[in-house]
Design a protein around this ligand. Structure first.
Ligand code: MSP
Length: 643
């Protein structure tokens, strides 16, 4: 019987670049919670997806020379692959470019406009494109975006505004009377004191400076602000205001929106106010987790310290990565990733504690009983503590998960794993095996270990699904329901266990660290490569010899009137003075050129450019974009040949 519905969401990710271990963290945490709820009898719906509109994506696509849709399609495919390798079992993946989403966002915007919550005015402000956020002068830190530290741009445009202030008091009251709404507690105070109590300004909710967004149906110069578009995903995905709204009726309001602390403001202020204006219930909880930091702080491409989860999975498998994320970061606080702690934890908790327990148990059943699990007919007092801990583990883990204390829930499972290892040391099966009269007792000890492992595997299925599956396969027990672990007798005597297989091989810490460090080095941004023009057809040395290249020194330089791109230079070519007109005005100021030694194509047929005679051409290197540098031959005597 279902215990009721449970709806959990992750933020929808910007498909602007490949996701890193930090974004993966949110999704793995949501996956573990969703799986746990499913396991314990809830009718669960787990939503994730991508937030595809906005100026940043449009600019990235333009720089790459593709349409925004093509640009995001590729990254979204990568993101879906990443979720596959991380074993993410979502129920739905929403893309904000999906038609149903766009239509519903348009309906939402129109409704809010019709009822007067959205109105048209003019906006003048400072905009941070990477964060898609407007700021006031006072909010800036050192003149830069307070969220990401990058420069902001002055923008002035006709825009629609949302009357946030109208709902502020109601929201403050809601937050104060629902202490569970913003979690953890410290974040609640931050939202109230830093944003809500100082007074809310109306929010600018449309843009005209770019067009990669959801158009406002009644004013198509405008696209809808990307956060209004994005936040709506939590209800559009369920069919809100659509023909088939069965999921919406079943799952809304969400039990929890899981988000990083950096986007808590959007989820606990803008989103609830949007919902109040739409007259629909607020989510029960918004949980703001901390940041996953790496050596050197926040991950960033330019620092070259971005940790790619696919590389880790390739080297260590999925579950060590899941385990690290779920266990090593206190849920709600910042946590650190280092390869060293990662490998050491994999060795100690997974290979030593869990892997060994499985391995020893299976090996002993194979060795002493030809692989057959015996009936537990020779119980002793010493078994009771193990059985007690085994039976308590699931309920304790459940309690921890109800509070979203994921690492602590795993601790409850590991308490049983460690207790089981201790039980082996206490009962010493290898000693029992030497005494024929202790055979029945030996069978009972091994039965108890199998039963403990079965319980471990069931609870663990929410966190490390692959490992759970492997344990079940080796034990060859198929009882996997939550109810089946309420008693310590689920394993059938007579069951043949499978082959003993090492689940987590021990890792050579030094060797792997070296390998990873090398990979990291390779990932560091290299000098930017340019799009290379095709090499021209082959020429002979005689062809080349026709070009007479000489060292020359610039004596005078001035702009050419009415020609923005051109400079006029007087150069000394071994005593002969020539006039040259060159298209380098974008890159050099006239005074910068004076005194420079350059390479001149000295036998080029003279031409007139903008009425000025040009007797030669200056050699320069260019990336065809931003940079051009005149070739510098050093201060050789003017007239020297360049060969
Ligand atoms: N598109 C918005 C969310 C819209 S939700 C309606 C967005 N996208 S994001 O791709 O930039 O970030 C998605 C999530 O990844 C955020 O919750 C953010 O906190 C999280 N993380 C990004 N880097 C992170 C770490 N280093 N550590 C933990 N989480 C991090 O914001």
């Amino acid at each position: 019987m279902s215990k009721g519905s449970y709806y959990i969401t992750t933020p929808i990710y910007y498909p602007s670049a490949k996701l890193h271990i930090g974004n993966t963290y949110t999704t793995v945490a949501a996956d573990a919670i969703a799986r746990f709820k499913k396991l314990t009898g809830y009718d669960t719906f787990f939503l994730t997806g991508t937030d595809e509109h906005g100026q940043k994506i449009q600019r990235l696509a333009e720089a790459k020379g593709v349409t925004p849709k093509k640009y995001v399609d590729e990254i979204v495919a990568d993101i879906k692959d990443l979720w596959k390798i991380m074993n993410i079992d979502y129920d739905k993946f929403i893309r904000t470019t999906d038609d149903y989403h766009i239509e519903t966002v348009q309906k939402i915007f129109k409704k809010l406009y019709d009822q007067g919550d959205i109105y048209k005015s003019e906006y003048e402000g400072l905009y941070c494109t990477p964060c898609e956020s407007f700021w006031t002068e006072t909010q800036l830190v050192d003149g830069k975006c307070p969220d990401c530290g990058r420069p902001v741009e002055k923008t002035k445009e006709e825009a629609y505004f949302f009357k946030m202030s109208k709902y502020a008091d109601r929201l403050i009251e809601h937050i104060e009377t629902h202490p569970e709404f913003i979690q953890p507690e410290s974040r609640k105070n931050e939202m109230l004191n830093n944003f809500l109590r100082p007074g809310l300004q109306d929010l600018c909710v449309s843009r005209t400076s770019f067009d990669w967004g959801v158009p406002v149906t009644f004013d198509d110069k405008h696209v809808i602000y990307v956060w209004i578009d994005a936040l709506s995903n939590y209800i559009t995905a369920l069919g809100y205001n659509q023909e088939n709204d069965e999921l919406y009726n079943k799952y809304w309001p969400a039990n929890v929106h899981l988000v990083g602390k950096d986007i808590l403001r959007f989820h606990t202020i803008y989103w609830p106010i949007m919902l109040m204006a739409l007259d629909i219930p607020l989510p029960k909880q918004v949980f703001g987790h901390g940041w996953l930091l790496v050596d050197g702080g926040k991950m960033s491409k330019s620092k070259g310290n971005v940790v790619d989860p696919t590389v880790l999975v390739e080297h260590f498998g999925t579950d060590p990565v899941r385990y690290y994320l779920l266990h090593e970061i206190p849920f709600g606080q910042d946590g650190l990733y280092t390869s060293e702690i990662f490998i050491k934890k994999t060795n100690s908790d997974l290979a030593n504690d869990l892997g060994n327990l499985v391995n020893r148990t299976i090996a002993m059943i194979n060795k002493y009983f030809d692989g057959t699990i015996q009936a537990p007919t020779a119980k002793e007092e010493i078994d009771e503590d193990l059985i007690k801990i085994a039976l308590e583990a699931p309920t304790k883990a459940e309690k921890r998960m109800d509070e979203l204390k994921i690492p602590e829930a795993l601790d409850e499972i590991w308490a049983l794993v460690r207790r089981s290892n201790k039980y082996i040391d206490e009962t010493m099966p290898w000693v029992l095996a030497k005494d024929e009269t202790k055979k029945e007792r030996l069978g009972t000890v091994l039965y108890n270990l199998v039963e403990s492992l079965r319980i471990v595997s069931v609870v663990l299925s929410a966190f490390l699904p692959e490992t759970s599956q492997k344990i079940k396969k080796q034990l060859n027990v198929d009882l996997a329901s939550w109810d089946s672990i309420a008693s310590f007798d689920g394993t059938k005597a007579g069951t043949k266990v499978g082959e003993g297989e090492v689940i987590f091989p021990r890792i050579d810490v030094e060797k792997k660290l070296e390998e990873l460090a090398k990979l990291q080095e390779e990932q560091k941004p290299k000098e930017e490569k340019i799009e290379m023009e095709p090499i021209k057809p082959e020429i002979t040395i005689e062809d080349f010899d026709k070009i007479d290249l000489r060292v020359a020194k610039v004596l005078e330089c001035e702009p050419v009137k009415k020609a923005k791109k051109l400079l006029k230079l007087k150069v000394d070519l071994g005593g002969e003075i020539r006039q040259v007109v060159s298209g380098i005005a974008k890159y050099y100021k006239p005074e910068e050129m004076v005194g420079k030694y350059i390479v001149l194509v000295a036998n080029l047929k003279p031409v007139k450019l903008m009425g000025e005679l040009s007797q030669g051409m200056i050699l320069a290197a260019s990336d065809n974009k931003e940079s051009l540098i005149a070739v510098n031959p050093g201060e050789l005597p003017t007239g020297s040949k360049v060969k």
